[in-house]
Design a protein around this ligand. Structure first.
Ligand code: NI
Ligand code: MN
Length: 221
């Protein structure tokens, strides 16, 4: 079992009872943030790419909590050159084992905020569950590969404008076939405003599981 807490935008905290894993902690300057960068807890921080709404407060939180940051080699080279940080780096297709389980770097179609770097998503194994955090991405056929991961949950962007919108995210969910889909990356800013319940209702019409987490809410997966 793993507790999945939505902190707003693309930020989630997974808690298996022993470790707290934070993903894309954009809290400062996030009008929907459900925690502050000064108080959020983390043992590991995963960063999908270098845009400010993803790398966010990662460095400051890592310094305060001594959390280990995990991201791509190139993004670490470009944006995390700091002797006070402990950074574990991998790259697309690779899986890294951690005390809480593992994380696999999965491709994403998106810019990444620093020259020579790529954007990614992650497939996490934590608390005996598998969770895909898509990061920022367009719909891609590669998501069909995720079906065989037998995911318990998929965290998918639905905001449109910079990422998949709801229609493409439904197609993504049809490819992925996760136990449940939790929408993210919407309504933080006016131009990515979406109705997450409408998205989840549309998933259910296709026979797929989904749930809306409001910022600050936790689901047990
Ligand atoms: Ni982005
Ligand atoms: Mn983004």
């Amino acid at each position: 079992m793993v507790k999945v807490k939505y902190l707003g935008h693309a930020c989630f905290q997974f808690d298996d009872g022993s470790y707290k894993v934070l993903v894309d902690p954009f809290l400062s300057g996030n009008p929907l943030a459900a925690a502050s960068a000064e108080e959020v807890e983390a043992d590991y921080i995963f960063v999908t790419h270098g845009h400010g709404d993803h790398i966010g407060d990662a460095l400051a939180i890592a310094k305060r909590t001594k959390a280990v940051i995990c991201t791509t080699v190139d993004l670490a080279d470009a944006m995390m050159q700091d002797p006070d940080l402990e950074v574990v780096t991998g790259n697309i297709g690779g899986t890294i084992a951690f005390p809480f389980g593992s994380a696999k770097f999965f491709q994403a179609i998106h810019g990444s905020g620093a020259a020579g770097t790529v954007s990614c998503g992650f497939v996490f194994e934590i608390g005996g569950k598998k969770i895909y955090h898509a990061g920022d991405t367009a719909l891609m056929m590669d998501m069909q590969l995720l079906e065989e991961e037998k995911l318990d949950a998929a965290l998918l962007p639905i905001g449109d404008f910079y990422t998949m919108g709801p229609k493409d995210a439904i197609r993504a969910a049809q490819f992925i076939k996760a136990g449940t889909v939790i929408p993210m990356h919407y309504s933080t800013f006016p131009y990515i405003t979406q109705d997450p319940q409408q998205f989840v209702d549309a998933l259910k019409e296709k026979g797929l599981g989904g749930m809306v987490l409001q910022p600050g809410e936790t689901a047990e997966i």
